[in-house]
Design a protein around this ligand. Structure first.
Ligand code: NAD
Length: 374
């Protein structure tokens, strides 16, 4: 009962759900103009980038209660035909990378979910914002903090939301550990360990091309330990140190990190020790230690089911399809002003990018790099 109640409460609409003052009032007026279409309730999304994760998100949206896949942006006409047939997408909601700015004249699309290679996110999100549509962007939001901030600024100027695809921020077992930590059940947090990695295959893929990836394992998978350290400890780090190991400089060329260990220090004195790698499997583990208890999760950030135990026993929250919950929660953030328990806005994404920038700097200098978050 407790579990169900807490989950429903989390999924509910916040009492402070007021319209965001920075949002463009014209957009809101357009949505409420035709109440029969219930625009204010259903988030009508176009997916940009019909690759492996875009496909996963599209499938997950089919089970959403207030999000609908209504459009696509793709450079591959055959995929557009396939997706149109599969998801009943009208031709007028299909765009390519050259002409998608015209989406500004399409009143049937509320948001664009950018699911393309990392280095493309910045320009694509800025174009989406300029077209007056809300932007949802995959992690990493960009390839450095300056680009991430430019995306935040562009969305703010356009009066649209920028949300990052941090699906773990809506995952029930993860939120249960966050609740335990917030309510003091773990006592004072002293240590976090995050292990994130897998053995990457095809050496020709964009993830190993620094022009498109902006890095290697850190941008792709290590970011889960960075982000997890922040939401598990509940503080922003004030310093970072890092060390890099490269066993295969041919596969992992200049600018593509293979394995990085890094340490974060937090204002309370808590520390984190993390591993990011493209060269080891079975690495998807979080461990959180406090003065009164502990939590461990393995798998901690994979597609699920997420499993874990705390000093009180196993985690037993509902198993969900992460992207289904994420998209419906994002609809509530956009339309109801709901605040996510663990934020997913652009500013959160910039914090992770700042830490990644500092990790790369710490590797170069071999020293401690201080961090500040304005
Ligand atoms: P993918 O290679 O399977 O798909 C990328 C898509 O982008 C393809 O459809 C490709 O055609 C398109 N594309 C457009 N321009 C391109 C270009 N210049 N070069 C290469 N491809 C181009 O990749 P993916 O696994 O779907 O990853 C896409 C994004 O999603 C990445 O930012 C990744 O980090 C993120 N992702 C997130 C999760 C998650 O759990 N949140 C999981 C996987 C991937």
């Amino acid at each position: 009962m407790k579990t169900r109640r807490v989950f429903l409460q989390r999924a509910g609409i916040s009492a402070v759900a007021l319209a965001m003052p920075t949002l463009n009032p014209l957009l809101a007026m357009t949505k409420s103009a035709d109440p029969l279409k219930n625009y204010a309730q259903t988030l009508r999304v176009a997916i940009m980038g019909l690759g492996s994760y875009g496909t996963r998100v599209a499938e997950a949206i089919q089970s959403c209660t207030r999000t609908k896949l209504v459009g696509v942006i793709s450079g591959t006409p055959s995929k557009v035909v396939e997706w149109r047939e599969k998801y009943g997408i009208p031709e007028k909601n299909c765009y390519n990378y050259e002409n998608f700015d015209a989406i500004k004249d399409n009143p049937d699309i509320d948001a664009v979910y950018v699911i393309t290679p990392n280095a493309l996110h910045k320009d694509q999100v800025i174009r989406v914002a300029k077209a007056g549509k809300h932007a949802i962007c995959e992690k990493p939001m960009a390839v450095n903090a300056a680009d991430g901030q430019a995306m935040v600024d562009a969305c703010k100027e356009a009066g649209v939301h920028l949300l990052i695809g941090y699906r773990m921020h809506f995952e029930p077992n993860t939120l249960e550990v966050v609740r335990m930590r917030k309510e003091g059940e773990l006592g004072e947090i002293r240590f976090f360990q995050g292990l994130s990695g897998f053995v990457i295959g095809d050496p020709t893929q964009w993830r190993l091309d620094p022009e498109l990836s902006g890095g290697g394992a850190m941008m792709d998978i290590g970011i889960y330990s960075i982000n997890g350290a922040r939401y598990m400890v509940g503080e922003e780090p004030i310093w970072v140190t890092a060390q890099e190991v490269k066993t295969d400089p041919v596969k992992f060329k200049e600018g593509v990190d293979e394995t990085i260990t890094f340490q974060l220090g937090f204002p309370s004195g808590a520390v984190a020790s993390c591993l990011s790698t493209y060269n080891m499997n079975y690495l998807d583990r979080f461990y959180l230690n406090g003065s009164k208890g502990w939590a461990e999760m393995q798998p901690s950030t994979g597609y699920g089911p997420i499993k874990g135990t705390t000093h009180k026993g196993p985690l037993t929250e509902p198993i969900v399809t992460h992207q289904t919950v994420q998209m419906d929660e994002m609809a509530a953030i956009i339309f109801d002003g709901k605040e996510a328990e663990v934020p997913v806005n652009g500013a959160e994404g910039v914090k992770d990018m700042k830490i990644i920038d500092a990790i790369f700097k710490a590797i170069k200098t071999g020293g401690k790099v201080d961090l500040t978050f304005g």
